[in-house]
Design a protein around this ligand. Structure first.
Ligand SMILES: Nc1ncnc2c1ncn2[C@@H]1O[C@H](COP(=O)(O)OP(=O)(O)O)[C@@H](O)[C@H]1O
Ligand SMILES: NC(=O)OP(=O)(O)O
Length: 313
């Protein structure tokens, strides 16, 4: 059965350095091409937290070196750079994997802007972790030296946080639709999209990082997708995650998922946005389904053999 699937790729699909990313995307391309080979229309979105943080820090450090001629790079431009850098590696890996299987399907990355509300309260409360992980001591030093806001990230260390507004619309949605309708494989809303606000006919970049799970949900609704698949490092969603009574879930109804959110089962900044995006998509139209699973299990997941399926029943 031909399905339209938006696939959201997590950090484990990309790695932390250009060399690592170039290697990792070869593996990432395989399950994506499996889905295409099975006859599905696939649209790809991905995160950029580590990458946008790395680019921004590097540009800032370079601009502050004595005698530097490197300009300061505004944050939205760093987001655009991260889309290009990740899209470049991903589209080549997918293209090559398709060709290796005798499939001559065009692949393209669309530099995508996502419209946000300039009055979104998220601008006053930075929550989105970006860049590398630091110890508490290193984090304090960075906060003092650079004025960064540093927060603990789901038990994994300290990271810089930036505002993360909710996606309202996708500026390039007609371009993406046209490419998808013509059978092209499209990489879009990379890093949640470059956040922009509308001012008359202008789109103005704002310093923020949109959550890619929410941006993927938005483009999935816009494209009238059947499935939103969020690929991360775990095969299933758990309740009591990491505890003795941990329980991995095959299926979640929207009602159950909302109850588990209230009970605090999903860590903010990691599993919580995925479950929230899955709920929103499942609720958006009858028959729409969301699946959270690991990269390696994507194809088995879509066949109903694994992963956590989120449905509205
Ligand atoms: N309830 C939960 N069930 C499963 N994983 C959870 C849960 N709460 C937190 N996690 C953690 O969240 C991680 C996914 O979040 P994250 O690494 O931020 O995602 P991404 O793949 O988008 O980079 C999982 O690998 C797991 O370690
Ligand atoms: N933009 C975004 O959500 O990135 P990560 O998935 O890397 O956090």
């Amino acid at each position: 059965m031909k399905r339209k699937i938006v696939v959201a790729l997590g950090g484990n699909a990309l790695g932390k350095t250009p060399k690592e990313q170039l290697e990792l995307v070869k593996n990432t391309a395989k399950p994506i091409v499996d889905l295409i080979e099975s006859g599905n229309e696939v649209i790809i979105a991905h995160g950029n937290g580590p990458q946008v943080g790395m680019i921004n820090l590097a540009m800032e450090n370079a601009s502050k070196m004595e005698g530097s001629t490197t300009p300061e790079m505004p944050f939205p431009e760093c987001g655009a750079m991260s889309q290009g850098y990740i899209g470049y590696h991903l589209q080549n890996a997918i293209r090559e994997e398709l060709l290796n299987r005798g499939l001559n399907i065009p692949v393209a990355t669309v530099i995508t802007q996502v419209i946000v509300d300039k009055d979104d309260p998220a601008f006053d409360n930075p929550t989105k972790p970006i860049g590398a992980f630091y110890t508490e001591e290193e984090a304090k030093k960075l906060a003092e030296e650079k004025g960064y806001i540093m927060k603990e990230d789901a038990g994994r260390g300290f990271r810089r946080v930036v505002p993360s507004p909710i996606p309202v619309d996708v500026a390039e949605k007609e371009v993406v639709k046209t490419l998808v309708d013509n059978g092209h494989v499209v990489i879009t809303v990379g890093g949640g999209g470059i956040p922009v606000v509308k001012e008359g006919n202008s789109l103005i970049g704002v310093p923020a990082v949109i959550d890619k799970d929410f941006a993927s949900e938005k483009i999935a609704e816009i494209l009238d997708a059947d499935y939103l698949i969020i690929l991360t490092a775990v095969e299933k969603v758990a309740i009591n995650f990491g505890k003795e009574n941990e329980e991995w879930l095959d299926k979640l109804t929207v009602k159950q998922a909302e109850k588990y959110i209230e009970e605090g089962h999903f860590a903010p900044g990691s599993m919580l946005p995925k479950v929230q995006a899955a709920i929103k998509f499942a609720k958006s139209k009858e028959g729409r389904k969301a699946l959270i699973t690991s990269l390696e299990k994507a194809n088995e997941g879509i066949e109903g053999k694994t992963g956590t399926l989120i449905i509205n029943e």
